[in-house]
Design a protein around this ligand. Structure first.
Ligand SMILES: Cc1cc2nc3c(=O)[nH]c(=O)nc-3n(C[C@H](O)[C@H](O)[C@H](O)COP(=O)(O)O)c2cc1C
Length: 241
């Protein structure tokens, strides 16, 4: 086992102890938490791991778009780490893992899960439900997108931008690209599948999210496990004689 894994287990244990998470989150052996995501009005995320993972060069080597997904839901730690890597707070002054033009931070991450739509609150490290029910049909116009367990919908509130009127939308799109790449690199590191998408039902999403003047859906990104994982897990174990 790589030494970074050992460090990761230690960090998870320490973070869990600090946050008062019960022994079901982290086993006595120090194995990584596999606590399931339980959908509710507010999902309290676990402290993000913030260390370990795949070396950057290996993650860049493995970064790719995948469009064949399993329906397996990532566990709570993976979801927490995903959101922090995407656009979490990484400094005391509230700046984020992704850069943003004039530090405008206009992009909200909506998260479509199988039983609801949530808004990521990076300061509270939580997901707040904005809609209850299955809205996966709005996750994307391509068939594969509608069965992926986690869809990030990137919405910019241009009213919050510190940029000039001509640059606020193009700069918001650049900001979004950085978030998307953070997710691609996290996915490569964790063996997850992801696709950044521009083919969306923009009007349908805007209606669903009750967006106001100046708030626009930019892109979405599906995140899950690759389909081959599902096939491998479904196939019976063959003993080698
Ligand atoms: C702005 C943007 C929009 C994209 N929109 C879609 C999309 O709607 N559907 C899709 O399947 N892939 C989409 N992609 C993914 C690209 O098709 C993919 O990155 C490209 O084929 C290169 O493959 P790679 O990411 O594996 O290098 C988009 C990528 C970007 C950057």
């Amino acid at each position: 086992m790589r030494s970074s894994l050992t460090r990761r287990h230690f960090t998870t244990l320490t973070a869990a102890a600090v946050c008062g998470i019960s022994g079901t989150a982290v086993s006595a052996q120090g194995m990584r938490s596999s606590m399931p995501v339980q959908e509710s009005a507010r999902i309290s995320l676990l402290p993000p791991r913030m260390e370990g993972g795949m070396p950057l060069f290996e993650a860049l080597k493995d970064r790719k778009t995948t469009r064949a997904f399993s329906t397996r839901m990532p566990d709570l730690q993976t979801l927490s780490d995903l959101l922090w890597c995407a656009d979490g707070i990484n400094r005391d002054d509230g700046r984020r893992t992704a850069p943003s033009a004039l530090n405008s931070q206009t992009i909200a991450l909506y998260v479509i899960l199988p039983n609801g739509v949530y808004l990521y609150d990076p300061a509270e490290n939580a997901l707040d439900r904005v809609l209850e029910g299955n809205f996966q049909k709005l996750a994307g116009t391509q068939d594969y997108a509608q069965k992926v367990p986690v869809t990030l919908v990137y919405v910019s509130d241009l009213n919050r931008s510190n940029c000039s009127p001509e640059t606020r939308e193009p700069y918001a799109r650049v900001d979004c690209g950085f978030i998307g790449q953070n997710v691609y690199l996290f996915a490569a590191s964790e063996g997850l599948a992801t696709v950044f998408r521009g083919s969306l039902d923009f009007a349908g999403l805007a209606k669903m999210l009750k967006l106001k003047e100046g708030q626009i859906v930019l892109y979405a990104q599906s995140v899950g496990y690759p389909e081959e994982d599902e096939k491998r897990m479904a196939s019976p174990i063959r003993l080698v004689k």
